[in-house]
Design a binder for this molecule. Sequence first.
Ligand SMILES: [Zn+2]
Ligand SMILES: [Zn+2]
Length: 135
Amino acid sequence: MLIKLTKNQQKILQILKSINQEITAQELYIKLRESKLKIGLATVYRTLNTLHLKGFVQERNSLNGESLYSLISDNHHHTHHFNCINCGESFLLKQKLCPVDDMFNQWCSSQNFKLYYHTLEFFGICEACQEKEFS
Ligand SMILES: [Zn+2]
Ligand SMILES: [Zn+2]
């Protein structure tokens, strides 16, 4: 499937690929300006939204309600995070372990739902906070 991307879309995907982590629209906006691209913040939001709808980019909300964007790569259709409810730190779980199995993915297809990605959020207290609280 060949999808034509605009210059802005290409540039945003390029940046997301190079940083390989989650980023807010504002942070992305700053990076785009640093790379001398004349782009407004509203355009950054609109472009991210388009890329989200096309299945290139995923979005999830941080504990403080900010939208975080990252690239959906071929071998990475999901992200699982452990969120510390004390310090607000968010840790990406790198393990391949995933409770969502192929049967569920097949069920989605059978419902004519085009599945792009999923996120899983776990909430608790991180190691550093446990040590601070209980030592
Ligand atoms: Zn913590
Ligand atoms: Zn998963």
